[in-house]
Write a protein that binds this ligand. Structure first.
Ligand code: 0X9
Ligand code: ZN
Length: 434
C-alpha cells in the first residue's frame, strides 16, 4: 500500500500539471451590422438564445454588435443572422491567437514594490506597489475598503497634502479601475496615474499644484478575484467570482462553470434593476446579482464612494473599450438637471485626450451614447452619493484589440487619460475658484 502511494506520488511529481486555462481556439468575434431597426431587439434575443458574449452594442444603425461566438455555435448563429437580414463580418478569426498575442510578458518581476508601467501586473504586484508607495511617500495612505469573495483586499490609495489654507477638506477626485475583470487596461492606467502622483517620473510641474488643490483617491482593482481569474483561468471573464445563487433563475452548473459571477457594474443600488440592461440569469455576462449591493466588492466601493461624497467633485469609473466619456444616467434616458455641466467637463477631458495621441472619445449621456443599463457605479456615485461629475470612461481601443489591448498600449493610454484628468482638474480649479 505504502509503495503504491509512493509510486502515485512520484508519478504525480513527474507529470505535468494539467493546464486549467480556458482556451478560445476557433472562437470568433463577429462584427454584426443590424441593418434594420427591429434587428436591435432580434440580435439581443439571439444573444439570449445562444448565451453569447456581446463585447459591444451599437447605438446607431450604422454601428456594429461585436459578438463572440464559439466554434460549435458559429454556423447556427450565422444562419440566424442571415435570416434576420443582418450583415456580418469576422473581426477576430481565432480569439486564442489574439489572447496569445496580447499576453503579458514574463519579464515583469522586479524588486519589491517596483513595477514597470509597461506591463500588466498580478494582484500581489499591484498591492506590493501600493504598500511601497505608502511606505515611502508621506502624502500617500493605503486603506483596505473590504474583502472580495475569495478573500482578497480591495485597496484604495489616497494622496493628500493636507487641508486647504482655511483648514477645510480639499475637493477630491476619485478614480477606480478593474470592475470588469478582462478590461486589463483599466487597472494598468489607474496604476499609471498612481505612479504620476507618487513618483512624478516626468518632473511634471502640474503634479504639485494639483495636489495643492485636490485630494486623489484611487482604487486600481475593484474586482481582484475576477482579475486573477483572467490571468490564469479565463482571459475573457468579466464578472466577480460569486458562486451560484441557487434559486435565482438558473440551474447550478448550467453555465458550464461553478463560478457564475455577478456583473459588479449592474449591482450598485441606485435604481438597481436587472431587467434594465442587465440580466436575472446568472449565466449571462450582465447578471445583476440577487439584489442591489449583494456583493462584497460593490459594498466596499459603495461605502468608499459614500465616505468621500461630501468633498468629492469627480468620480471616474474606468473601463474599456470604445473610447467614450459618458455620464449618468445609465438607468434612464432622462438627463440629470446639470447634464450641461457634465457634458462640458467631459468635452474638456476628451479634448485633452485628443491632443495627447489623437484619439477621439465620444462624450454624452450613458443611454444616448451607449445603452441603458441600471446598477452602474456612475449612477450610484452621482444619484446616491451626490458626486456631481460622475463618469464612465471607456478607454481604447475602438475595435482592433478590444479587451485584449497589448501591453505596448499602456503608456499611451496612461498619458492620454492622465492628460484628460489634469484638464478636468484645471477647469474645476477655475470654475470653483479653488
Ligand atoms: O456595460 C458596462 O458596464 C459598461 N461598458 S463595458 O463594455 N465596459 O462593460 C458601460 C457602463 C455605463 N454606465 C451605466 N450604464 N451606468
Ligand atoms: Zn467594463
Amino acid at each position: 500500500m505504502k509503495t503504491l502511494l509512493l509510486a502515485l506520488l512520484v508519478g504525480c511529481v513527474s507529470c505535468r500539471p494539467e493546464s486549467r486555462e480556458k482556451r478560445y481556439d476557433g472562437h470568433q468575434v463577429l462584427k454584426v451590422f443590424p441593418n434594420l431597426l427591429e434587428n436591435f431587439k432580434n440580435i439581443e434575443a439571439l444573444g439570449e438564445k445562444y448565451n453569447l458574449d456581446f463585447w459591444h452594442h451599437p447605438k446607431h444603425q450604422n454601428g456594429t454588435f461585436d459578438i463572440q461566438v464559439s466554434p460549435d455555435q458559429i454556423t447556427d448563429v450565422l444562419n440566424d443572422l442571415k435570416l434576420l437580414g443582418a450583415d456580418t463580418s469576422v473581426w477576430i478569426q481565432d480569439l486564442q491567437s489574439i489572447i496569445d498575442e496580447a499576453k503579458p510578458s514574463d519579464r515583469q518581476e522586479r524588486a519589491a514594490g517596483m513595477i514597470s508601467m509597461q506591463h500588466y501586473h498580478s494582484y500581489a504586484q499591484i498591492n506590493g506597489f501600493l504598500s511601497a508607495i505608502a511606505a515611502s511617500n508621506s502624502h500617500a495612505t493605503v486603506y483596505k475598503l473590504g474583502t472580495s469573495l475569495q478573500g482578497r483586499s480591495i485597496n484604495l490609495i489616497r494622496f493628500s497634502t493636507g487641508t486647504t489654507s482655511s483648514g477645510a477638506h480639499k475637493r477630491s477626485i476619485f478614480m477606480d479601475g478593474g470592475i470588469h475583470a478582462r478590461e486589463w487596461i483599466a487597472p494598468a492606467v489607474v496604476l499609471y496615474m498612481i505612479d504620476q502622483l507618487a513618483n512624478n517620473p516626468n518632473n511634471d510641474p502640474d503634479i504639485a499644484s494639483l495636489l495643492d488643490k485636490f485630494d486623489f483617491y484611487l482604487v486600481p482593482l475593484v474586482n481582484p478575484d475576477g482579475y486573477e481569474y483572467t490571468r490564469s483561468g479565463d482571459r475573457m471573464w468579466r464578472k466577480n467570482m460569486a458562486s451560484s445563487y441557487g434559486t435565482h433563475h438558473s440551474i447550478f452548473g448550467r453555465c458550464g462553470s461553478d463560478e457564475m459571477g455577478v456583473d459588479l457594474n449592474r449591482n450598485f443600488g441606485h435604481h438597481w434593476n436587472p431587467g434594465n440592461g442587465g440580466s436575472y440569469d446568472q449565466c449571462q455576462e450582465t447578471y445583476a446579482g440577487p439584489h442591489a449591493l449583494s456583493e462584497p466588492e460593490t459594498q466596499a466601493m459603495a461605502h468608499a464612494i459614500d465616505s468621500v461624497a461630501s468633498h468629492a467633485l469627480v468620480y471616474l469609473n474606468i473601463h474599456s473599450y470604445g473610447q467614450y466619456m459618458i455620464y449618468p444616467w445609465g438607468y434612464t434616458a432622462q438627463l440629470p438637471p446639470d447634464a450641461a455641466d457634465l457634458d462640458h467637463l467631459g468635452r474638456v477631458a476628451a479634448n485633452a485626450i485628443y491632443h495627447t495621441h489623437g484619439h477621439r472619445y465620444t462624450v454624452g449621456e450613458d443611454t444616448v451614447v451607449l445603452y441603458a443599463a441600471a446598477g452602474g457605479a456612475d449612477d450610484y456615485a452621482k444619484g446616491h452619493s451626490g458626486i456631481k461629475y460622475a463618469y464612465t470612461v471607456e478607454m481604447g481601443d475602438t475595435g482592433r484589440y478590444g479587451f485584449l489591448l497589448p501591453e505596448s498600449y499602456i503608456q499611451s493610454s496612461g498619458e492620454e487619460i492622465w492628460a484628460g484628468v489634469k484638464a478636468m482638474a484645471k477647469e474645476l480649479i477655475q470654475k470653483y475658484s479653488l
